[in-house]
Write a protein of this length. Structure first.
Length: 676
């Protein structure tokens, strides 16, 4: 049986979202309240105050932006970087490419630590794992004394040459530093990212150390506050791979939290794919501050290790592939030097928020524009729990309109169109730029603002079908209650097909599997564990790899032969050619361990027919002018009912705007299926 009661919580830039599932009754409840940016746990506790009996909650899964914000604002720890003699400048040399080949003013991105805080230690292994020079342990102890005397270092990152082959030097450096500097957070590359490519490994390890003190401190405070209400032992946090971890486990590997919050919507979209049978979905998660886009192809989300905090500053941990832009309901309108209207990426956030929130904000935002256009009912925001100031929205948009020489409604419509075009760029980034045809996908709108804009985005993107799922305003939090605990382990083990050592590969893969299972067990996850193995390989001499699943648990003659055959087939499918007989090189072994939990069951709606009864009407501005538009209460919808546009569908945390000539159908689970 699943937990008796489970709550998913997504801390966003503007709102903190909650979804609660009670297995005893089969009911799902959802709500939200404004985020408290200075101390996010306050907003969480305020939201939990709406739960009748918090002590009865069996599990809380939390998505947080603590790590994300620390990286983006560069408010992490002061890090000392320790490496092999002669390689202290790897984090500063970085790669040989440039962001702009012809921009002479371009400045290379600075790493997360200073060169004055980098230290070299004698001792080295060769590229084959052979000992070249013994570790200078005396130098490590001298380094510890230097760091102690300095007194400003808050964390240490250790990354030695070829440690992914033999980690003994890194492990010994860690042990000595821990002995000499008790309590000092230490990250070693073999535990963070045991893969080749020196700069990427160094950058990721530095980021982990950079985050450790701030994440650990925040989670410690969070733990104390939750202990005080009796649920501190029931908290799980969501990692960038969409899986759950304990607070302690996340604090020990904080770089895994880089993209915690946005993953929930992708997990929920994958569940939606399973429930509806729709295999290809593109997510459009528009909140108050940002919009996140991703894809579910053939029923599976895409996990990547290609992520950069800033251009040229990589973090190569497994994470759901999400493209984020600064465009949301709180995006601020402004006029550039050329007199052109722009939207964002600056956001009004939760404090003061859009002008219509009545919290002191004066800048016109996308939400203000939607209020002016009649898309959002100021008396029914958050189901009527939060009244919006329509006059304040009108005044804010009028200031933009006066600068442009437009009527207020025309300026508001222009604001929405520009915001839509910004979000279209994000959709193109995850579809067209990756060779995916928008006509093969359905657009899933989530976030409080997603359903408001879904029909606009369908119209300009060429995506033929849209879906507004259940609980769109809290879709990430809904995804959290549907996720599992998950551990990803990667390791570089380079071999070529002509001389492939199956015993060596089996030993390395077994070590990864055992380590992943042990990590889950150490965090208290005792349920059934599913193991997924894969291999990254390429033709010898290529500079990119293909990932192939490896369902076997041993590298035998039969499984190895099958692996080479499948590589040629996949290369043919992906790139249009293959080279049978050519030497293949394996680069990385990958393991995913998932502690499977039972999921909440979705109820089917009562069957109905025809069009639901309208709850009223109001004027809404579309491209061809103002229309008198019928409104509908989504809570009254039944399976099989349809609505023809123009129409407005209202619910507690969002509103769906149906354009003229578009139609909406309610499926068996209550999802709104939109088509042109």
């Amino acid at each position: 049986m699943p937990d008796r009661k489970i709550i998913g919580i997504d801390i966003g830039g503007t709102f903190t979202d909650f979804v609660s599932y009670d297995a005893a009754t089969g009911t799902i409840e959802n709500w939200k309240n404004l985020t408290t940016p200075s101390e996010p746990i306050e907003g969480v506790l305020q939201g939990l105050g709406q739960v009748d009996d918090v002590a009865s909650v069996d599990k809380i899964r939390l998505g947080t932006t603590i790590a994300t914000n620390a990286l983006l604002t560069r408010r992490g720890a002061k890090v000392a970087y320790v490496t092999t003699s002669g390689f202290r400048d790897v984090p500063f040399i970085q790669r040989g490419d440039r962001r702009s080949h012809y921009d002479i003013t371009w400045i290379k991105t600075k790493p997360l630590m200073k060169r004055a805080d980098t230290y070299e230690i004698g001792g080295r292994f060769s590229a084959k794992g052979e000992l070249v020079t013994a570790l200078d342990e005396a130098a490590v102890r001298e380094l510890a004394a230097t760091i102690k005397a300095d007194g400003t270092i808050e964390a240490i990152a250790v990354c030695t040459l070829f440690s992914y082959i033999d980690p003994s030097h890194e492990q010994r450096i860690r042990d000595i530093l821990a002995e000499e500097l008790p309590g000092m957070p230490i990250s070693i590359s073999y535990e963070v990212l045991p893969k080749w490519k020196e700069y990427d490994r160094a950058s990721t390890t530095i980021a982990d150390a950079y985050l450790k003190p701030i994440v650990s401190d925040n989670f410690h405070r969070m733990q104390k506050r939750l202990d005080a209400i009796g649920i501190g032992d029931r908290i799980g946090v969501i990692k960038s791979n969409g899986g759950e971890s304990t607070l302690k486990g996340a604090a020990e590997a904080p770089v895994q939290m880089t993209l915690s919050g946005p993953t929930g919507a992708v997990v929920a979209t994958r569940v939606l794919s399973e429930l509806t049978g729709i295999k290809n979905l593109v997510t459009f998660d528009m909140g108050g501050t940002s919009t996140d886009c991703s894809t579910v192809v053939d029923g599976m989300e895409h996990v990547t290790t290609s992520f950069e905090i800033e251009w040229g500053l990589p973090i190569q941990i497994p994470m759901i592939d999400i493209h984020t832009i600064g465009a949301g309901g709180g995006s601020i309108a402004w006029i550039d030097k050329g007199g052109m209207l722009r939207m964002g990426p600056q956001s009004a956030g939760a404090a003061p928020g859009p002008a219509c929130y009545g919290r002191g904000g004066e800048n016109a935002t996308v939400t203000d524009a939607n209020v002016v256009l009649g898309r959002i009912n100021p008396n029914y925001f958050l189901g009527g729990k939060m009244k919006l100031d329509a006059e304040a929205a009108h005044r804010a948009v009028k200031r933009i309109a006066d600068q442009l020489g437009l009527e207020v409604d025309a300026a508001a419509f222009a604001m929405v169109q520009i915001a839509n075009n910004n979000m279209l760029g994000a959709l193109r980034a995850v579809l067209l730029q990756r060779g995916l045809d928008p006509r093969d996908f359905s657009l899933v709108a989530s976030g409080g603002a997603g359903p408001v804009h879904i029909c606009d985005l369908m119209d300009i993107s060429g995506i033929p079908q849209g879906i507004v799922p259940n609980y769109p305003g809290q879709f990430s939090a809904f995804g959290f209650i549907m996720t599992d605990a998950r551990v990803d382990r990667h390791r570089t083990v380079q071999q070529i097909s002509k001389y492939f050592d199956g015993a060596r590969a089996t030993a390395a893969m077994t070590e990864l599997v055992d380590g992943a299972i042990a990590e889950l067990v150490s965090q208290g996850y005792q349920q059934k564990v599913e193991i997924y193995r894969s291999i990254e390989a390429r033709y010898f001499g290529q500079n990119h790899e293909l990932e192939l699943s490896f369902p076997a648990n041993q590298f035998t003659e039969e499984t190895i032969a099958s692996l080479w055959e499948r590589f040629h087939e996949e290369h043919q499918n992906r790139f249009g050619f293959s080279i049978p007989g050519e030497t293949i090189e394996t680069v990385n072994l990958k393991v995913v361990a998932v502690a499977v939990s039972e999921k909440p069951q979705m109820r089917e709606l009562e069957k109905g027919e025809g069009t639901p009864a309208s709850s009223g009407s109001r004027k809404v501005r579309f491209e061809d002018g103002w229309h008198e538009v019928k409104t509908y209460d989504r809570g009254t919808f039944k399976q099989g009912q349809t609505v023809a546009g123009p129409a407005i569908v209202e619910e507690n945390a969002s509103v769906t705007i149906l354009q003229p000539k578009q139609t909406l159908r309610v499926d068996r689970l209550g999802n709104l299926i939109i088509s042109a």
